[in-house]
Design a protein around this ligand. Structure first.
Ligand code: SF4
Ligand code: F3S
Length: 390
């Protein structure tokens, strides 16, 4: 029973039993059971999941059997990993410092792990080589015996193994990825570089970079793939995607045409933008920080790509729910979409500060599965008009 009669009873929270080790860890971190379950409730709400899902989330986050995660970085800037470690913090002052470590056993990550050089290479080789896990080269007290690992990847990869770009531990990026992908349970591509190629693939793409999905097609790697795009992705979206996958018993959640979870990428940032009221008829900002911009006017003519960009920035926001680009006075640059560096507007112009078209254009009502906007060439698809007539 809740001690506060005014406080609505959270369905199922009281019935969840936390194991002693987790309770002890939470106590060490100064986080009460109530706050921890409150976190799970908050996450469920962010993902628009029903209350009945909360116990599942809590169990996944406290399960002693933590799935092994091998996290490998390729051509990237480390912003995605920085974003992921920021998912430790949560809005409303509730800080769960080690949430991600309560969910998974992060067994390999070059930037975070203490091991380096040959020691880390040996450790990774052992992690990705099944089935004998009885004799680890470097004992790891937290290591989980949960089975196949989840492969998390950030960065894009030069498709030509012999190009000389991205060589680590004496092996090309392609070789390193293919080895690790071979026995992975699933692959989660974190960030726009891994999802779509990102900045390394931008014109003129000197390294011949490709996305993880392109490489999987080229190398005939048939594994479940989830893209978590964004430059970087929102911390809660990374954590939430991993949670969705775990709580669904390792089933890939509903995805859009770009393998992104529809829970987070089902709507455009424009659909939920608080400036949307002025999208159709103004007032419009005509320069940054002008009166209309300050009054909440639409940033469309300042180049905002919100109408074509699927992400949860306007709902989940950034920095524990503090703000998002349009709230800070800058338009969306489309960082969660393919080819966002090279995308052309309807007049063939390329650049973050060119409007999408002469007149306000809002895509197709936030349909994440619409391919008309994304023909892979970096500009608007030829079938726009056809789609509009549907
Ligand atoms: Fe918001 Fe940009 Fe859409 Fe204007 S165009 S309503 S600023 S997302
Ligand atoms: Fe990226 Fe646009 Fe969000 S630029 S951070 S998807 S508002």
């Amino acid at each position: 029973m809740s001690s506060d009669p005014q406080r609505p009873k959270s369905q199922g929270l009281e019935d969840i039993v936390l194991d002693d080790a987790t309770v002890e860890r939470l106590q060490e971190m100064g986080i009460s059971r109530r706050r921890f379950l409150g976190y799970c409730a908050g996450l469920a709400s962010l993902m628009a999941l029903p209350p009945s899902f909360i116990p599942k989330l809590a169990r996944a986050a406290t399960s002693p059997a933590k799935p092994s995660v091998v996290y490998m970085s390729f051509q990237e800037c480390t912003g995605c990993l920085e974003s992921m470690v920021n998912s430790f913090a949560f809005r409303g002052g509730q800080t769960i410092d080690n949430l991600i470590l309560n969910l998974i056993s992060l067994d390999y990550q070059e930037t975070l792990m203490a091991a380096a050089g040959q020691q880390s290479e040996e450790w990774r080789d052992w992690l990705i080589t099944p089935p004998d896990r009885s004799n680890p080269p470097h004992p790891h007290p937290e290591y989980s015996q949960a089975g196949k690992y989840i492969l998390v990847v950030d960065g894009s990869i030069p498709a030509d193994e012999l190009s000389g770009y991205f060589v680590s531990g004496g092996r090309s990026g392609v070789a390193r990825f293919c080895e690790a992908a071979q026995h992975a349970r699933a692959i989660i591509a974190v960030g726009t570089c891994a999802s779509f190629g990102g900045l390394p693939k931008a014109d003129p793409n000197p390294t011949g970079a490709v996305s993880i999905s392109e490489l999987m097609l080229q190398r005939d790697i048939k594994k479940p793939l989830i893209n978590v795009s964004g430059c970087p992705p929102i911390p809660e979206v990374i954590t939430g995607t991993i949670l969705l996958y775990l709580t669904n018993n390792y089933t890939v959640p509903s995805l859009d045409n770009y393998y992104r979870p529809t829970k987070f990428y089902g709507r455009t940032v424009h659909d939920d933008c608080y400036r949307e009221e002025s999208f159709e008829e103004g007032p419009y900002a005509r320069s940054f920080d002008d009166t209309n911009a300050k009054r909440g006017g639409c940033l469309y003519y300042m180049g905002c790509k919100g109408p074509l960009t699927h992400n949860a920035c306007a709902t989940i926001k950034w920095n524990q729910g503090v703000s998002f680009p349009m709230m800070s006075g800058h338009g969306c640059i489309g960082c969660a979409e393919p080819n966002f560096w090279d995308r052309l507007n309807t007049k063939g112009q390329k650049g973050f500060y060119y409007a999408i078209a002469d007149e306000p254009y809002d895509g197709h009502g936030g349909d994440a599965n619409c391919s008309a906007c994304h023909d892979g060439d970096g500009d608007f698809g030829d079938d726009h008009d056809e789609h509009d007539d549907d």
